[in-house]
Design a protein around this ligand. Sequence first.
Ligand SMILES: C[S@@+](CC[C@H](N)C(=O)[O-])C[C@H]1O[C@@H](n2cnc3c(N)ncnc32)[C@H](O)[C@@H]1O
Length: 793
Amino acid sequence: MEKLKSLIPSNIKQRIAQSTAEQLPSTCSSLLDFFLSLQIFHTAVEELTDSQRSLCSKNIETALDLKQKGNNCFTSGNYDKALSFYTQALRFAPMNDAYEDEKNLVSILYINRASTLHKMGLLMECVRDCDRAIEISPSYAKAWYRRGKANASLESYKDAVDDLNLAMDKELSICRKSQIQDEIDIIVNEVGKKSSPITKHNEKNPGSLAEPHLMELQCVSTPAKGRGMSSVTDIPQASLILSEEPYAAILSKACRDTHCHFCMNELPKDSVPCASCSIPLYCSWKCQVQAGGMNSRISINNNSGIDRHISSISLASNCENALADSNGNIPEHRHECKGVNWPRVLPSEIVLAGRVIVKSMEQRNFSRTTAPIEALELTHNYVHMPLDVKLELHMYSIVLTYCLHHCSTVEFPLAGDSAAQLVILICQIRVNSMAVVHMKSQESNWSLEHPGKLSPREVSFTSNIEQVKVGQAIYSTASMFNHSCQPNIHAYFQSRTLFIRSTELVTAGYPLELSYGPQVGQWDLRERQQLLEDQYAFKCQCSGCLDLNFSDLAINAFSCPHPGCFGVVVDGSWVNRPYCTLKCPLLIDNVKREDINRVGRRLFEQQDGSFRVDPGRCLNCGSSRDLELSQLQSEKAWSCIKRLQDVLLSKKIPENIFSDAMEAIRLLRSTWHAYNKIIAQAEDSLAEAFCLTGDLQRAMHHCKASVQILEKLYHPKHIVIGNELVKLSSIELSLGDRSNAMDNIIRLCEVFTLYYGSHAPKIFPYLESLQKEASKLDEEGHNLHSNNSSEGT
Ligand SMILES: C[S@@+](CC[C@H](N)C(=O)[O-])C[C@H]1O[C@@H](n2cnc3c(N)ncnc32)[C@H](O)[C@@H]1O
């Protein structure tokens, strides 16, 4: 790309720099004509589109090599590695090639993997792999045999006997037949009389959780933020206001080997590859079909005598449902699915643009007059882009136009008009797409093994809840929600389904706004505005940025050096804040926190009622602080806390780090205002460190201190406080402090229900076990109390 860019003549570059959206067809045509005259361009795009030169096609030699490596690992008992080799082999194995007798290489690989999964005790996964092998090669005796053995281990004896009978029927070797008969006899004699649960091994149905939402939303026009959303009726807090499937989505590159390329959930051990190329892995055949439109199924001969038992295997019906999607869902990977290189090589947002355009063409029976720009009706900010970005957009759009033009399933003209549409589409994706974020899977059970101590598993509850960006997606309705740094709605994901819930009562017609990232309490005004400008190219006009917030004042402030004064000292960055133009009465009306009266009294004492600050002087009593020296001292102290945070990752904390960190936090407390976010972070890190070393009393002390600061910076039911309460209540439970633990668990459950409603127990499975553990302690406490009182009488 860099080489190509350097060859573009300056007159084309200049026209692109000055171009508006209307001029795009002309600038794109000029650049396309220029590129088509260059050999280097042809070489580059042919490498991207020629399936012969691709590394992503199916390849039987690679598959056989990986199969052999898997077999070697299996024989030597290295099942983890064997599993990984078989999964890789499945990625490369061609689906429909006959390989051995009537068996297909894919079905053999599924059975080799099933045997490995059986050895690893993963029985459901083993049965699912057997089902896949059977659907491809119904006469494969070993597949029926492995299924029978796994079903026997699962105590599904009726299925096990049916499977083994079929294995015997299909088996040609007399010796093997007699072995299978022995196995059947064992099951029938020893366990045949036990009740036999009929188990159905359905493939997973991702993202099926749904709650009715009855809110009627409307798109309205706003003076400062373009279109926005509001509700026709009042919305109580914690209401589900929207659940939406993406118009188009793509998995993050970093998650390619760990998450399903369709539903974006973590891959199970029995992942399924794409039917036509070696790029995606799916969690089930259902996801494979939804993404690619085809799977490896070979139609089963229903007169073969085994149909009744086969039809009990549910894969076929699941896949048919996926194909017959009445919502007009178009398999999004189908046009990328011929083993060509470009879907792997181009940046995710460019591949996503390809998915959007192909879908809009297929849905709207694309003609040259119906542009997808109009189809999606999304806003963009092309005209405000700097030259470098405009140039990059032109280049990627031309490359994508070429790639789509060479797809056999798409009719996309290689023309300037097509590239112009893609430039706008990529801009729309940048402004409107959402990061699909999942909670990193955590321990689901909290149980106190050793009172007064935290086991390594319980320690995991005292570290921060981690989120993983698993993908990027366009949601048509959700794109209409504007941003607020003090949002009244909250977005989260199950698989790739988006859910939006109100976190407070919102009256009819009032704007419904979510946070695109930054929030009041997390960063101050300057940091929030900078981030929004850098990432989304707009200047935030939300109420959280237009009104003065207590947390904006305290979050990065110094303390007053005068003993007994609780005022704040701010730095020079406050001199030109937008509040300067606001008048006192308006300011006071908008300030919600009582504490502001104390810490910011002097703000309102200006003669003309305007807002003016003296950097370095306390806003309350006027005492002065040497900001440069304070900054230096604080940086030194913070470097000790940083060292502590670094060693926290390794879970081993040297003794001297503690004494340095304690001295550092003392210094931070005397330099910064008591509600500064740096102190909250330091307290939180110390709490985590003391949990690791088992000093729970001190851990509790620092964790409480961190919660107290967060309560000043955020509203009391903010999710940040909920997360911190998980840590605090875990420590309190371990210390047997049942009444405080119970209070905090009740409080944190309220917070999680506010943000995640009925999905909270599924997303945070440990919530339920925390509640149970607290009730257990409560019961023990009651019993002890009643025993003591009966002894006294
Ligand atoms: C995802 S769109 C939201 C819908 C958009 N307002 C529309 O008319 O289609 C994001 C764009 O909305 C505008 N916007 C959203 N929140 C804003 C805010 N707090 N202040 C100013 N503009 C905002 C910006 O132009 C931003 O690029």
